[in-house]
Design a protein. Structure first.
Length: 334
């Protein structure tokens, strides 16, 4: 072979090799160095409870070495807005979506869509049991915690009188189960009556205050209020203070210690039952990440700084909760 011909052959081989290398890049949209992405979609962002949850998500991202995002609509009980956010995550092709639904039935189609596309869907804080979600991480037994609030409030008011109930959005399953628990507990005390109607604050602190102010006008002899969402107790506290009934209308509920510390110390809010929302979100992120790695949660598993988890066959995972009163409120930093 002539030298010139040999050079042309070599150049042709090199060119073909370069083309093959350049034209055979993998078509996968998930390259090996891409971090896993888990997206939490809450009922509403910007409220104190959501902010604490977001803190847990941020810490999980750091500790697990993955992307963990925390999203949600800007206003409370925005079902359509929440679904639109979930749709966006499906279009992005994230690895997992974790939802606290504003309406458990409304998210059913979008959960099914995500699962069809290979995106794993879970719930936390509030469940959507009639969907294809894989598991639900609850901070407590949602019905049982409502009943415990009622039991403690009943003792506070001497087991007699009118009791009101305040909730957040009317469609949230966990809140409706809390209400179910309060009503179940109320049946144990024949001298306690429900002060109707049940009032809703749509996760808005201002609405929590005005809602109870309206209930106080309708029932000036109100003995107590059971609040089953985070804005409830501090909003109720402001309402009873404004009405000159601080300490007379007893308040028990679910809320953050940081939102209620001064009200608890002043005897306006009498107690809270809650969990650390940051730990709830952190643990959920860890369990979801483990699941994506092929490790399923098991009953009795021990989580550091949390305790043992109860894992039920229906996919419900329950964390232990805490009771917060004047005696221990300063020991909580959330």
């Amino acid at each position: 072979m002539k030298p010139r011909t040999l050079i042309l052959v070599i150049l042709t081989i090199v060119a073909v090799g370069v083309c093959l290398c350049g034209c055979s890049k993998p078509r996968s949209t998930h390259p090996l160095n891409k971090k896993r992405t888990i997206v939490f979609v809450f009922k509403e962002i910007g409220i104190p409870y959501a902010n604490v949850c977001a803190r847990g998500a941020k810490q999980a991202a750091k500790d697990l070495g993955i992307n963990v995002e925390f999203l949600g609509p800007a206003k409370g009980a925005d079902v359509a807005g929440q679904i639109a956010i979930i749709e966006t995550q499906i279009a992005r092709g994230v690895d997992a979506i974790v939802i606290s639904p504003n309406d458990p039935n409304a998210v059913k189609p979008v959960v099914a869509k995500a699962m069809r596309k290979g995106i794993k869907v879970f719930t936390w804080d509030s469940d959507a049991p009639n969907t294809q979600r894989i598991f639900y991480v609850a901070a407590a037994d949602d019905v049982g915690i409502g009943e415990e609030i009622m039991d403690r409030l009943a003792k506070e008011i001497g087991f007699k009188g009118k009791v009101g109930i305040m909730s957040g959005g009317q469609g949230a399953l966990n809140l409706n189960q809390h209400i179910e628990g309060v009503l179940r507990g109320m049946k144990k005390y024949p001298r306690i009556q429900l002060a109707k109607p049940i009032v809703y604050n749509n996760e808005q602190p201002q609405l929590a205050q005005s809602a109870l102010s309206g209930l106080l006008q309708k029932h000036p002899d109100l003995a107590g209020i059971a609040c089953v969402n985070s804005p409830g107790p501090p909003g109720a506290a402001r309402a009873v203070i404004a009405a000159g009934k601080a300490g007379k209308v007893k308040i028990w509920g679910l809320s953050l210690p940081s939102e209620n510390r001064r009200y608890i110390k002043d005897g306006v809010v009498h107690g809270l039952i809650l969990w650390d929302p940051a730990k709830l979100t952190y643990v959920t992120a860890k369990l979801v990440n483990d699941y994506l790695d092929g490790k399923k949660p098991v009953d009795g598993m021990q989580i550091k700084d949390v305790g043992k988890l109860r894992v039920h066959k229906n996919g419900v995972i329950i964390m232990p909760g805490v009771v917060i009163t004047k005696e221990n409120v300063d020991s909580f930093d959330f």
